[in-house]
Design a protein around this ligand. Sequence first.
Ligand SMILES: *Cc1c(COP(=O)(O)O)cnc(C)c1O
Length: 432
Amino acid sequence: MHSFRYQDGKLYCEGVDLERVAENYGTPLYVYSAGTVLDHYHRLDSALSDLDHLICYAVKANSNRAILKLLSEQGSGFDIVSGGELFRVLAAGGDPQLCTFAGVGKSQEEIEYALDQRVLSFNVESEAELAYIDRIARGKKTRAPIALRVNPDVDAGTHKYVSTGRSENKFGIALDRVASVYEQAARMPNILIRGVQMHIGSQITDAAPFAEAIEKVTPLILELKERYALEFFSVGGGIGIVYESSFASGRGDWWSEKDRVEATTTLPLTIHDYAAAILPPLRAIGLRVLLEPGRLLVGNAGVLLTRVRYLKQTEHKKFVIVDAGMNDLIRPALYQSYHEIVPVREPRGSSRELVDVVGPVCESGDFFAQDRELLAMKQGDLAAIMSAGAYGFVMASNYNSRPLPAEALVRGDRFSLIRQRQTMEDLVRGEC
Ligand SMILES: *Cc1c(COP(=O)(O)O)cnc(C)c1O
């Protein structure tokens, strides 16, 4: 679910008219709904309530401190992939002892930092990394808690750039090799075996691959449980969200209550379905379960507000040129991903036209929609690019020397700036 709704022809986030937020902070502007993030967190948490579990929010999906603070106040842990993300969690008041540290290329500085902060676990992705962590822990006269990341070789049926659980991906250790790497780990004096980890990919919209992967690693985990004092099994993240038709789908009276209800009852993968699929095999394993959702918690909780700068009609196409670009939201260019685009003010009449919505960046890949039938927009109109809360701002860059956009957070009928728009001065800061 999400909290973006039309009221009297105006697009609201919770109790706030989005036009007001754009007028206050300018565009392009990311706006997040705190209520949506919390709702998703609590629904996942309660769907798993009869299982000993810890949600470790995947910080890389949206790492703004205000978002991390919201979640840490709920008791959430965090899945981090860099020293920078650990720093952010600490800056947001999060508990480092509820952090799992993933990633295939951890540096010495990052490992030392994470050891100093006593993270819950290093999720180790190779034998070389395991040996490296052991050595660094020895230098610090401590033991590094670890889980090996198992690559279960399942096809999650997702985009090739976000698939991580196939044997050809760079992630994890092959299922048939893991037991012997655990043996090596057990012999390392400065390694403490704490768990088993996996993560099969992202934007997975079917529950079956999750259950399949758990079932595939179950014999291994039961065997490991006999030998080592395992404390947890982390099933990773990857739960997909609805990008298309979640909101306004081009079906006639597109903001009607009926459409909204229809959209929320046709989710490809609900939290309930996900929990129902993974609970039985997890109960059979009998370990504490860690979950690392990123997109699920924040994806539908954010929009990118953008203003129409120009309309341009060519022989072949009509272009709507907006002030947000691929540097602000790269998902369409990187993953061919779909984002709904809706007007913040309900237009008079509802004539539709076939357009490309493009940004100002000097790349043909700089688009948000191609050949899409949208309600007619005109210069100066404000539009919302929906479901931009995950892998949006975090992937923004300064390409074309465009300052990073601002971010705002809505809570009930209040809103505030949670990251200032960059200035021109910020663009050259640090250059000498
Ligand atoms: C990216 C990532 C996640 C989160 O993925 P989502 O698809 O956003 O849920 C979880 N665990 C690991 C190890 C990751 O790399």
